[in-house]
Design a protein around this ligand. Structure first.
Ligand code: NCD
Length: 329
């Protein structure tokens, strides 16, 4: 598979292993661009992308913006507080107005699960889901899987443990869909009040005890407690959560020495992860962030037509370049 056969990236659910591998392989080829002195290629020259962030974000937003700039796309950023949403404009009207300005891609983060899907069905422009409620966060899932693959190689049969607030975590869901499709052995661990009913139907194992869960793991991915999404209190105190499900020096002792520690950020140091684990050499948390830019470059490139578009660009340039320019070349 060399081309993507979809207009949008809404989630990893239902994506084939071949498609996931196309994203991962394309990411690998884009990663090197960010190491260059001049971090820019013309791959998306002439494309217009709108980043529509209706929820707070540091990493994801900066990462999409950098990916767009490094691919030479023109990008516009809109956040909820500075948009006409505060004047009562609907998501549909916002999106249709942006489309009327002839944009090519909308990257959207929204508190409502399904918001990107709604836009995708409404618009000709491509839609990339940058996190919708507690549903999915496909580019985070892909960058976590890319980081795992870089460190562990083939993921089939590898034990990956996801710990924390599984019920409210879109990162956990995207990881589960992608990892299970690639044949990894996924275990979820967290308080019963934060474990979705029927999660085992997604092909994962539930382990309530953290030390047993991490025992023979190849990687442990820690999820933040999503207090902003919890409508009722689901555990007594943060200190109690940290003592039962937090990863600390003691937990590290129960893990294989080469087991990776991951976190999508933002970290709540002292809650799901202790200072020393976050800063230990087991942690690949900043590698995840580096890979995030490459994953977003690959995603935008594939969504915009990939190699097919590059071919068209090259042909057009050859046909349309004025004679003077050709001589100069
Ligand atoms: C995550 C998110 O927003 O879903 N962060 C991210 O995108 N890197 C996880 C979180 O907020 O805990």
């Amino acid at each position: 598979m060399t081309e993507l056969d979809r207009k949008d990236l809404l989630g990893l659910e239902g994506m084939s292993a071949e498609e996931i591998e196309l994203f991962l392989d394309t990411t690998a080829s884009f990663k090197e661009i960010s190491e260059r002195t001049v971090k820019k290629v013309p791959a998306l020259r002439g494309k217009t992308i709108v980043n529509l962030f209706f929820e707070p974000s540091t990493r994801t937003r900066a990462s999409f913006e950098l990916a767009e700039k490094r691919l030479s796309a023109d990008a516009v950023n809109i956040s909820k507080s500075t948009s006409s949403v505060v004047k009562g404009e609907s998501l549909r009207d916002t999106a249709e107005n942006l489309q009327a300005m002839k944009i090519d891609v909308i990257v959207i983060r929204h508190a409502a699960s399904g918001a990107p899907h709604f836009l995708a069905s409404l618009l000709d422009a491509s839609v990339v889901n940058a996190g919708d409620g507690a549903h999915e966060h496909p580019t985070q899932g892909l960058l976590d899987i890319f980081t795992l693959r870089e460190n562990l190689g083939d993921l089939s049969g590898r034990k990956i443990v996801i710990v924390g607030d599984i019920a409210h975590s879109r990162v956990a869901r995207s990881n589960i869909f992608g990892l299970v499709t690639l044949g990894a052995d996924v275990t979820v661990c967290g308080p019963p009040t934060m474990m979705p009913v029927g999660i085992e139907k997604l092909g994962v194992t539930i382990e309530r005890n953290l030390l047993r869960a991490v025992e023979d793991a190849d990687a442990v991915n820690l999820m933040r407690i999503q207090l902003e999404r919890q409508k009722v209190s689901l555990f007594p105190t943060l200190a109690e959560y940290a003592s039962v499900y937090g990863m600390n020096r003691e937990t590290l002792r129960h893990m294989k020495p080469e087991c990776l520690v991951m976190h999508p950020g933002p970290m709540n140091r002292g809650v799901e992860i202790s200072q020393e684990v976050a800063d230990s050499d087991r942690a690949v948390i900043l590698e995840q962030v580096t890979n995030g830019v490459a994953v977003r470059m690959a995603t935008l490139y594939l969504i915009c037509g990939g190699a097919q578009r590059e071919k068209v660009l090259t042909d057009e340039e050859e046909v349309e370049a004025p004679p003077a320019n050709r001589e100069a070349v």
